[in-house]
Design a protein around this ligand. Structure first.
Ligand code: AMP
Ligand code: ZN
Length: 468
C-alpha cells in the first residue's frame, strides 16, 4: 500500500509501527457553527482511509478531536449571551449528527481540548524544562522555534525565510525572542474561559492541543496524522516541533492532507461566506450523494462543488443501488450453492475487478479509480446475472459490490419507502415532546425524520413536511 507523505512529498510504502495496527489522528473542526461541506471533505476522505485499512485487516485506532476553546467560539458565545461551553457542546452534538448522516464512523476517541488541559500544562512544562519554550513578561509561553533543528521539515520552509517573512511583525514589538516563535499558552482576557497554570491564568494555544491529545490516546509515535492542506503550516509544522521536542521521538510516520473543496473555483470557507452547511445539503440530497461526490475525485485534487456534479453523483449512485436491488430480487428466485461451470469465467472477471479496485485504493487511496471499478462490476452484474444464474454467483456479486461500497461508506441497500402515516405519527410525537418541554427528544425525532429523508418546516400554520 502506498501513501503520499507530505513530509517526503513522495508516495511511500505503508509500514505500520506495530504489525496489523494503525494509529491515526485527524484534526477535527472548531465547533462554533454547523460544519460546512468543506469540513466534511476530510471527515469523509479519512473515514474512507480508515475503512480501507480495516478492509485490509488492520485494527485502526482513530482519534479525531473537537477544538472547543477558540476565539471564534468565545465571540459566538458573547453574541448569544451564553458561555463558551454551551456553544461548543451544541455544535459538537450537531457535528456528530452530520457525521452519522454522512455515514462517517465515530472515532475510537473524540477528545475535546478543554478536557485535556492537564496534559497540556505538563507538555508545556517539559518544553520549558528542556529549553524549547520560554515565558514572556505577560505570562505568555512561546515555543522557541530556533531550538528545534527540524523546524520547517513538513512545510518545506526554511527557518531563515520564515523569519524574514515575519520581520514586519517583529517591528510591532511583541515579546517573542523570535518572530517565528508561536504561542503555547496565553493569558486570559476579560470574560474569556481560563485555567490556572504556573505562568498565568489563561488558555492553551491551538497547536499544543493536538500534540497532547494525540500522545494521550495514541502514544508518542503514531502512524498517520491527517487534515486539510491548510493545516500543513503552521498547525502541523508546530505540532511536529512540540511533540518531537517534548518526546525526543519522531511524531507521525505519514502526514496526509486533503485538497480543498471549492465553490465557483474559490476556496469554500466560513470567512469568505461562500459555503453550504452539511445540513443545508442534507435537505436537498441524500447525504450518500455528497459522500459519493467527495470520493469521485482523488483526495489530493481540488474539487469544485456544483449542482451538475452532485446530479452526476446522484445518477452514479442510483446505478449501483438499482443493480443491487436487481440482485436482491434475483436472489429470491435462484438456487445452487456452487458456481456453474459456465459462471467460472464471470466469477474470475469479478475477482479481477476486485483486484483493480484494490490496486486503485493501494495507490494512495485513489477512490476515483476505485469507483470506476465498482461501475464496471455493476455493468458485469447487469449483463451476466439472470434468473438462470446460480444463487452462489448472485450472492457473490451482491456481497462483493456491498463490501467494496462499504469501504467507500456507501450503503447499497435502498432506504425503505417511508409511509405518510409513519411521518405523521413521528411529527405528533415530536409535538408532544415539545409540549412536555422535552426538547432533546423533539430534536431527536427531527433528526430521525431527516435520516428518513423527511424535512420539517415549522410555520405559523403548524408543522409542514416534505420529502428531500
Ligand atoms: P476548521 O474547523 O477550520 O479547523 O477545519 C476543520 C477541518 O476541515 C480541517 O482539516 C480543515 O483543513 C478542513 N477544511 C476546512 N475548509 C475546507 C475546505 N473548503 N475543503 C477541504 N477541507 C477543508
Ligand atoms: Zn490539529
Amino acid at each position: 500500500m502506498k501513501l503520499f507523505n507530505t513530509l517526503s512529498r513522495t508516495k511511500e510504502e505503508f509500514v505500520p509501527l506495530e504489525p496489523g495496527k494503525v494509529k491515526m489522528y485527524v484534526c477535527g473542526p472548531t465547533v462554533y457553527n454547523f460544519i460546512h461541506i468543506g469540513n466534511a471533505r476530510p471527515m469523509i476522505v479519512f473515514d474512507t482511509v480508515r475503512r480501507y485499512f480495516e478492509y485490509k485487516g488492520y485494527e485502526v485506532n482513530y482519534v479525531s478531536n473537537f477544538t472547543d476553546v477558540d476565539d471564534k467560539i468565545i465571540k459566538k458565545a458573547i453574541e448569544e449571551g451564553v458561555d463558551a461551553d454551551t456553544i461548543s457542546q451544541r455544535y459538537i452534538a450537531e457535528c456528530k449528527k452530520d457525521m452519522a448522516s454522512m455515514n462517517v464512523k465515530p472515532a475510537t476517541t473524540h477528545p475535546q481540548a478543554t478536557q485535556e488541559i492537564c496534559g497540556m500544562l505538563e507538555m508545556i512544562q517539559t518544553l520549558i524544562d528542556k529549553g524549547h519554550a520560554y515565558m514572556a513578561k505577560d505570562g505568555t509561553v512561546y515555543f522557541r522555534t530556533k531550538s528545534f533543528k527540524d523546524y520547517g521539515k513538513l512545510s518545506h520552509k526554511n527557518l531563515d525565510e520564515l523569519q524574514s517573512g515575519f520581520r514586519e511583525i517583529k517591528v510591532t514589538g511583541d515579546e517573542k525572542e523570535d518572530p517565528s516563535d508561536f504561542v503555547l499558552w496565553k493569558p486570559k482576557k476579560d470574560g474569556e474561559p481560563f485555567w490556572e497554570s504556573p505562568w498565568c491564568e489563561g488558555r492553551p494555544g491551538w497547536h499544543i492541543e493536538c500534540s497532547v491529545m494525540s500522545k494521550k490516546y495514541l502514544g508518542e509515535q503514531i502512524d498517520i496524522h491527517a487534515g486539510g492542506e491548510d493545516l500543513v503550516f503552521p498547525h502541523h509544522e508546530n505540532e511536529i516541533a512540540q511533540s518531537e521536542a517534548a518526546n525526543d521521538k519522531p511524531f507521525a510516520t505519514y502526514w496526509l492532507h486533503n485538497a480543498f473543496l471549492n465553490i465557483d473555483n474559490r476556496k469554500m470557507s466560513k470567512s469568505l461566506g461562500n459555503f453550504f452547511t452539511v445540513r443545508e445539503i442534507g435537505e436537498k440530497y441524500d447525504l450518500q450523494v455528497l459522500r459519493f461526490f467527495m470520493l469521485s475525485a482523488h483526495y489530493r485534487s481540488p474539487l469544485n462543488f456544483s449542482a451538475e456534479l452532485m446530479e452526476a453523483s446522484r445518477n452514479g449512485l442510483e446505478r449501483i443501488l438499482t443493480a443491487v436491488e436487481r440482485l436482491n430480487d434475483l436472489d429470491g428466485k435462484v438456487s445452487g450453492d456452487a458456481f456453474a461451470a459456465e459462471e467460472e469465467a464471470d466469477a474470475a472477471a469479478v475477482r479481477e475487478l476486485v483486484g483493480k479496485y484494490e490496486a486503485a485504493m493501494d495507490d494512495d487511496f485513489n477512490t476515483a479509480d476505485a469507483i470506476s471499478a465498482v461501475f464496471e462490476l455493476v455493468k458485469l452484474s447487469n449483463s451476466t446475472a439472470s434468473e438462470s444464474s446460480t444463487k452462489a454467483y448472485v450472492d457473490y456479486l451482491k456481497d462483493t459490490i456491498a463490501k467494496l461500497c462499504d469501504v467507500l461508506g456507501i450503503i447499497t441497500e435502498r432506504k425503505a419507502e417511508v409511509l405518510d402515516s409513519e411521518v405523521e405519527e413521528l411529527i405528533a410525537a415530536r409535538q408532544q415532546a415539545r409540549k412536555d418541554k422535552n426538547f432533546a427528544r423533539a430534536d431527536e425525532i427531527r433528526q430521525q425524520l431527516l435520516d428518513m429523508g423527511i424535512v420539517l418546516e415549522d410555520t405559523r400554520e403548524g408543522v409542514k413536511w416534505k420529502r428531500a
